[in-house]
Design a protein around this ligand. Structure first.
Ligand code: ADP
Ligand code: ASP
Ligand code: MG
Length: 814
């Protein structure tokens, strides 16, 4: 005997029902078959809506009944030839007449009991099974329609009745014995109590009907046909890259379904598990797919975590107070009270201090649970030994499930790390000693992100998605976007990281595509994009709450530097090319470092010093490995290095600076480079990263620029500099006399930093430093004789962009 169940999604319309017929015909070639069906997809919800409208005395319920009737008649017409339609349509009309009169009673009385509700929703399955049975007859497949209410016996807990297994088994067996037909069609979900009054098995209960039948007849396998190709590693509506679980144990399937994997109704598993009957989940719309097999032992699976699931609409109740410590019986009273009010507890945690007990329940029970608990502990409350019950709504549970998690270390660590890295706060945690399930309570708004990051970490070793929000798209920003555009696919192929640019902002507009901007022609799209200021952009990033978010600041603005804190606090990583944040007040620099640590976000600013050269990374490695930096000597301005490399007095100093400016090597006002501020900011950042609490004003700037050159406009600057050529020539000649060249050197020594022009002789590491190159010499306890030297191109849009790119990749790897 084979037992097949088709869910609402598989019988939603005539087209799907035709697929069902084809599948059942195939099964019939092998063995006798019992088919259980749900209501046409969405019908149960419609019926509930209709009867609720009637109960609230809204006459519109009648139109809703007509619409539902029309849907059923249309389906029958689509399925059946003209000759066969008549009888079926008549039956449908009759059923709807009965339904209408029940609803009229509800409308008049304005009262709806659970018993009446069950009788109303039973019409969904009654109708679908009648139509499907007629379709088989029309297709010349003789079949017997069985009224499930005559075989599935329950108690009188309307809404989700408890099955009387003994009598159900007896009735199913008796039916099978007398049934001659090769095919039997049964409505799922509906049953009856001992008086024959209609009951139901709870939402999604058609799966359960099929399992009861399969267990009673000792079927070889129970087939659950639905609209997905099996049980997935997570809810496919939440996670794009879910995978089908090919084999899973009963226990695991039970845990996953209890925790929200809707694909199978949890009570379904018990009856077939008791008989060791495997369940197979199959896709009606893709019948060739293997699907999922649910069996006793799911060996051979290499993943310790089998799946992730979530339940929404959770409320957390916390009972706290000094009067609870060491007092036996408190938890008994908590659970007893909740049980007496029929409140199901989904999860429990109690800290070992016994100072609080925390239980997760369904939102809809929150008010009555709080009232009952406060009443139970009224005395303790009056003497302030226990506080009023704290109620927190808007929560969800996310659970990772797997039998092999047992005795494997590091699983919860991995789960919590993924959540922490993405700023998901955990409100409560529970892990049973069976170690099959680790559950955490989090805010509902974080669920999508949380499931996705956990899924990525456990199932997508092959894949990680990183979402970039770029601010600033001048010279360097454009280069970065170009590099992202050309590199993205090879990074996905070789490093399994999908880099998606979600936002690109200039100072006025932000181009946004939540699914990733197509970077072809982004400039034109940005011109037409929405007007948005920095704060609005940041609010958008925070509200989107997507996983692995990285904010990339390629501006030179203070307003952008000022938003890092807000982003880091939401665990959005920050990659800054902008030097302002790290070189303004020390307290601000420190705060950002603290936020990054506290909220597990990356704060990366390698390009603040020496463009893409690994200066900051090297310094951080030196410090974190326990070494101590004793001295830093560095040429940190590509512009100044260029100017002094070129200046040999054959052209005037002013002319050399003008050439540098025309080449785009200087700031629009060259004095920003020549005056030393830029170099001061850079040595300040290095000093701070080396552990010194310095401010910009603490840095000594021995400027080589005559004060007269620093006044007025850029034109004035050139005039004054030309006038002072003698001063610059003397600087050059003094050095040349000693066989030296000139370099603007930044130094950190004994916790003091300075910047100034120095004579560099041939033996010095800095002597052979050409073009716009930078060099940094680190003297440390370990590198005390010979410094650790980082040297190379220290400026240029292309290299700077590649440095930012490297920081993005560091942030991406977490
Ligand atoms: P049916 O109508 O066949 O009873 P359901 O809607 O009750 O189907 O269950 C199937 C749906 O369950 C799928 O369409 C899918 O969206 C949802 N679902 C949730 N979690 C999972 C999961 N882990 N694996 C597969 N499907 C899941
Ligand atoms: N029709 C019922 C429901 O929607 C039962 C089922 O489909 O399994 O809950
Ligand atoms: Mg279902």
């Amino acid at each position: 005997m084979r037992v097949l169940k088709f869910g609402g999604s598989s019988v939603k319309d005539a087209e799907s029902i035709n697929k069902v017929v084809a599948i059942v015909k195939k099964a019939l070639k092998k063995d006798k078959t019992i088919v259980t069906v749900s209501a046409l997809g969405g019908t149960t919800d419609s019926l509930i809506d209709i009867v609720n409208s009637a109960a609230s005395h809204k006459p519109a319920y009648k139109d809703k009944i007509s619409a539902l009737e029309k849907r059923h008649i249309d389906t029958a017409k689509d399925l059946l030839g003209a000759a066969q339609q008549k009888a079926t349509i008549k039956e449908i009309n009759n059923k709807f007449k009965e339904l209408a009169s029940i609803c009229e009673g509800v409308y008049l009385l304005q009262e709806l009991s659970p018993r009446t509700l069950d009788s109303v929703v039973s019409y969904g399955e009654l109708l679908s099974s009648l139509i499907i049975s007629a379709k088989f007859t029309a297709a010349k497949v003789s079949n017997k329609w069985v009224d499930s209410r005559e075989v599935i016996r329950t108690n009188s807990d309307f809404g989700a009745a408890i099955v009387d297994n003994r009598n159900t088994t007896k009735a199913v067996k008796a039916f099978v014995k007398t049934n001659k037909s090769k095919l039997a069609i049964m409505p799922g979900f509906i049953a009856a109590n001992e008086k024959g009054i209609t009951t139901t098995l709870g939402r999604g209960g058609s799966d359960y009907t099929a399992a009861l039948v399969a267990a009673a007849v000792g079927a070889k396998e129970l087939e659950i046909w639905t609209d997905v190709s099996g049980m997935m590693t997570a809810d496919p509506r939440l996670v794009a890259n879910v995978k089908v679980i090919s084999t899973i144990s009963y226990q695991e399937a039970m845990e996953l379904s209890h925790f929200g994997a809707k694909v199978i109704y949890p009570p379904t598993i018990q009856p077939v598990m008791d008989k060791n009957i495997p369940i197979r989940i199959k896709n009606t719309f893709s019948p060739e797919d293997e699907g999922t097999q649910i069996v006793k032992d799911a060996k051979g699976a290499n993943n310790n975590v089998r799946g992730i699931s979530t339940i929404g609409k959770i409320t957390l109740l916390s009972i706290e107070g000094s009067g609870m410590v060491g007092v036996p019986g408190i938890s008994k009273r908590v659970f007893g009270t909740l049980s007496s009010k029929n409140v199901n507890i989904v999860l429990i945690t109690q800290a070992s201090s016994e100072h609080s007990i925390c239980v997760a329940i369904d939102d809809k029970n929150a008010a009555k649970a709080k009232a009952a608990l406060d009443e139970e502990f009224a005395y303790e409350l009056s003497i302030h030994k226990i506080n009023p019950t704290i109620v927190e709504k808007g929560l969800s549970i996310i659970a990772v499930v797997g039998e092999n998690m047992k005795n494997h270390t590091g699983i919860s660590g991995k789960m919590f790390k993924a959540l922490g890295r993405n700023g998901v706060n955990i409100r409560a945690i529970a892990q049973g000693s069976s170690e099959k399930n680790i559950s955490t309570v989090i805010k509902t708004e974080d669920v999508k992100k949380a499931v996705n990051v956990i899924h990525e970490d456990f199932f997508e070793t092959a894949y990680k998605q990183v979402n970039l929000f770029i601010a600033g798209c001048g010279n360097v920003g454009s280069k970065l976007i170009e590099q992202l555009h050309t590199q993205a696919s090879s990074i996905l192929d070789n490093q399994n990281i999908e880099l998606r640019v979600i936002g690109i902002a200039n100072s006025k507009r932000v181009l946004i595509d939540e699914h990733g901007i197509n970077l072809n022609n982004w400039q034109a799209k940005l011109k037409k994009a929405k007007l948005m200021n920095t704060q609005e952009y940041v609010d958008f990033i925070i509200s989107k709450n997507v996983r692995n978010s990285v904010f990339v600041d390629i501006t030179a603005h203070e307003v952008t530097a000022n938003v890092y804190g807000d982003l880091l606090k939401k665990s959005v990583s920050v990659v800054a090319c902008n030097k302002i944040a790290c070189s303004s007040d020390y307290s601000k620099y420190k705060q950002l470092q603290d936020y990054a640590r506290e909220f597990n976000a990356g704060f990366l600013y390698e390009t603040n010093v020496g463009a893409a050269l690994p200066v900051i990374g090297t310094l951080k490695d030196v410090v974190s490995s326990g070494d101590k930096v004793t001295r830093i000597e560095a040429v940190l301005s590509g512009t100044l290095n260029y100017v002094f490399n070129e200046y040999d007095t054959t052209k005037s100093f002013a002319e050399v600076v003008k050439i540098a400016q025309d080449e785009g090597y200087t700031e629009p006002d060259p004095r920003l480079d020549l005056g030393g501020t830029d170099v001061m900011r850079k040595i300040l950042i290095l000093a701070r990263d080396a552990g010194h609490k310095l401010e910009l004003k603490d840095i000594k700037n021995n400027t080589f620029m005559p004060a007269a050159c620093m006044k007025g406009s850029v034109a004035d600057f050139y005039k004054a500099t030309a006038k002072h050529e003698g001063h610059f020539k003397k600087l050059y000649d003094d050095a040349a006399k000693k066989d030296c060249i000139l370099k603007v050197v930044a130094t950190l020594k004994n916790g003091k930093a300075s910047v100034g022009l120095e004579h560099i002789d041939k033996k010095h590491d800095m002597y052979h430093l050409y073009g716009k190159d930078n060099i940094v010499l680190f003297y440390t306890n370990r590198y005390s004789e010979q410094p650790l030297v980082v040297k190379g191109a220290g400026a240029g849009a292309d290299v700077t962009a590649s440095g930012i790119f490297a920081d993005i990749m560091r942030a991406a790897r977490g």
